[in-house]
Ligand binder design. Structure first.
Ligand SMILES: C[S@@+](CC[C@H](N)C(=O)[O-])C[C@H]1O[C@@H](n2cnc3c(N)ncnc32)[C@H](O)[C@@H]1O
Length: 274
């Protein structure tokens, strides 16, 4: 698959899952967004860019915290994800948020514009992560902050290994590489430094919780990036895979439920200058 096809395929998955993306089984996305806001501590006049904003988990939280003087811009390749952000922003009567369909690897903003550029669980979807990070640094003001999150090695385990082993038996091979690359804290730090940031630090946090049942895990798979793999199965195989997989996942339940590990690395750096 070439780069443009890869981006189209990713966008298509998020167009499909947009309606269900804010599902409670995926509540680690807003948990992480709240943490990022505390970590960033934006001032009230900040201009913040949320890259790969999705349904605006971070963008809406940030817009509330810096209203009315600060402003948030969210960009994403998926119109359907941005439409969800718009519904949310209008329900919350937010007037300091705007959105654009835009590629995170090629930002169309002027140099040195934003006080902070944030990207939560988005960088590993980008075919050229170095190019993306350089583009984010370019639009950040000197002294401003660039921050991104990625999953740690323990995230989703042992559920995701079970998922990949079992779906492979149905002929579906998972493409893990960029997500795995960012499991490593040193890689995260080096990538941001190589893009031109200084004073880079990496913090690791757990945003996990217990799911009530294997069906909750299915909801998480169905409404997120893994949907692409499920949609590649025929209806008969999908039903058979669901049955086998949920049976195996159900066996992992304890009296608390099924642990969903969301070990997350938060990499933060600053653009040189005052
Ligand atoms: C897992 S979601 C994360 C959304 C949001 N940041 C959050 O934490 O809930 C990943 C998002 O990245 C977007 N995305 C993937 N590749 C992109 C690219 N090259 N440019 C812009 N957005 C992209 C997808 O459309 C999707 O909305």
């Amino acid at each position: 698959m070439d780069v443009e096809q890869q981006k189209k395929a990713t966008t298509q998955v998020f167009e499909t899952v947009a309606d269900g993306y804010d599902h409670p089984s995926l509540r680690f996305f807003p948990f992480c967004a709240d943490f990022l806001l505390q970590h960033l501590k934006p001032h009230s006049h900040s201009k913040i860019l949320d890259v790969a904003t999705g349904t605006g988990m971070f963008a809406t939280a940030a817009a509330v915290s810096i209203a009315p003087t600060g402003r948030v811009t969210g960009i994403d390749l998926s119109e359907a994800m941005l439409a969800q952000l718009h519904h949310k922003a209008s329900r919350m009567r937010l007037q300091n948020i705007d959105t654009h369909v835009m590629d995170a690897e090629q930002l169309e903003f002027r140099n040195d514009y934003f006080d902070a550029v944030v990207c939560s669980y988005g960088l590993f979807f980008m075919p050229d992560m170095d190019k993306a990070l350089k583009s984010w640094l370019r639009v950040t003001k000197p002294g401003g902050t660039v921050m991104f999150t990625s999953f740690g090695e323990d995230a989703f385990q042992p559920l995701m290994s079970l998922f990949s082993e079992q779906i492979e038996k149905f002929g579906v091979k998972m493409a893990y590489k960029p997500v795995q690359l960012l499991h490593n804290v040193d890689t995260c730090r080096n990538m941001l430094e190589n893009a031109g940031a200084q004073n880079v630090d990496v913090t690791t946090r757990q945003f996990g919780y217990h799911l009530r049942s294997a069906e909750d895990w299915w909801d998480a798979l169905w409404n997120s990036g893994t949907r692409g793999y499920l949609d590649s199965l025929s209806p008969t195989d999908l039903a058979a895979f669901r049955r086998t997989h949920l049976q195996a996942v159900g066996e992992l339940a304890t009296d608390k439920g099924i642990w969903l590990d969301i070990q997350t690395h938060i990499t933060r750096g600053h653009k040189p200058g005052s």
